[in-house]
Design a protein around this ligand. Structure first.
Ligand SMILES: *Cc1c(COP(=O)(O)O)cnc(C)c1O
Length: 358
């Protein structure tokens, strides 16, 4: 009998999502954001499936992540690092043909000093209104001077509110982006993440889009013009014990849930150490077969208890409960925990085995 949670990951759904995003982008290229171990899926397999589906550009957050991508994908693909490459990893980046994204004048100085222009043309990230990371538009002249004639291959920026269709910041950022990018007319342009593509691929897609969460079937819904994205990951955990709790009894740490009538409970081998959030206490849910049941009491480190009283299907130890997947939708599960699908995926613990299927 199983006593550990497992994630089943679908190759065909990942490839389907990639192709769907390519259709949406039209002539624009779809790069793949595979930071944080490819959103918890396991970066090696993810980049291999995506490369097979035609992906040629990958983005990571760190240099070490980029080295893992290079090892998995071979020499042909372009690999870019969002957070830039620190001085002490310049040689590593050069050896693996990893392109640093330049976010500050300090990084630009390091890029020149360490001869990182040998890797290829500069990739400049300008902040156009998110006020998080990126070169400041007012630094443009200093940037040009410091580039000292080095060619610029790509200008990028990042949208703050692309998941809010009516937010005026979207158009304002696009305008600011076009203005700054116009100074390097030969460079390619990149602005959209998953939500930017969903918002308006024609307006925000440009030459190269950078979806992450949409590759894994999450984030915001895609427009009706393309097929629906499919969840790539199914998270399941086995039932360890099924029992009756009497009227007036409670369950779990802190006895946060007391029962007004007799209830049938099932305790499952998954907890916050596996990435099922403690914030799902008394709010998250699982699926047994096609039937939904609610988390009762607190999620603990290794265990979660469900109320299975109303289920009409058999419930027994050893059966698997779905917590994320085609039935247990990631956005809804995240909402119940007051978080995002991103956090659920990247938080999956090391005890969760990853099994690739189809
Ligand atoms: C993480 C990230 C993305 C991908 O975002 P999704 O919302 O997962 O599509 C794109 N661009 C940048 C700069 C990022 O940091």
């Amino acid at each position: 009998m199983h006593t550990q949670p497992r994630a089943s990951i679908s190759r065909s759904n990942l490839a389907h999502n990639y192709k769907t995003l390519c259709d949406l982008a039209g002539a624009g290229e779809i790069g793949a954001v595979v930071k944080a171990n490819a959103y918890g899926h396991g970066v090696e397999r993810v980049v291999q499936v995506l490369a097979e589906a035609g992906c040629r550009t990958f983005f990571t957050a760190t240099t070490d992540e980029a080295v893992d991508v290079r090892t998995a994908v071979g020499q042909d693909a372009a690999i870019m690092v969002f957070n830039g490459v620190p001085d002490e990893k310049a040689d590593l980046a050069k050896a693996h043909k990893i392109t640093p994204i330049i976010n500050t004048l300090h990084q630009l100085r390091g890029w020149r000093m360490h001869g990182m222009n040998e890797i290829g043309p500069a990739v400049l990230h300008f902040d156009t209104g998110m006020n998080r990371l990126g070169l400041r538009p007012e630094d443009r002249e200093a940037v040009t001077e410091m580039l000292d004639g080095c060619p610029v291959g790509l200008v990028m920026s990042h949208l703050a509110c692309a998941d809010e269709t009516d937010n005026p910041l979207n158009a304002a950022q696009r305008d600011a982006f076009l203005e700054i990018a116009a100074h390097w007319p030969d460079a390619r342009k990149s602005l959209a993440n998953s939500a930017g593509l969903a918002l308006d691929a024609a307006a925000y897609g440009f030459d190269l889009a950078r979806p992450g969460i949409a590759l894994f079937g999450g984030g915001v819904p895609m427009p009706a013009s393309v097929p629906q994205l499919r969840p790539t990951l199914t998270l399941e955990a086995p039932i360890l014990s099924v029992f009756m709790a009497s009227k007036g009894a409670s369950t779990g740490y802190g006895a946060t849930r007391r029962f007004g009538r007799e209830r049938r409970l099932a305790t499952v081998a998954i907890g916050y150490a596996d990435g099922f959030p403690r914030a799902s206490s008394n709010s998250g849910f699982g699926f047994i077969g096609n039937q939904r049941c609610k988390v009762v009491g607190r999620v603990s480190m290794d265990l979660t208890t469900l109320d299975v009283s109303d289920l009409t299907c058999p419930v027994a130890p050893g059966m698997m409960v779905e917590f994320l997947g085609s039935r247990a939708g990631i956005e809804e599960q995240a909402l119940e925990a007051g978080t995002l699908g991103y956090e659920l995926l990247t938080g999956l613990g090391s005890r969760v085995s990853r099994n690739w299927c189809d």
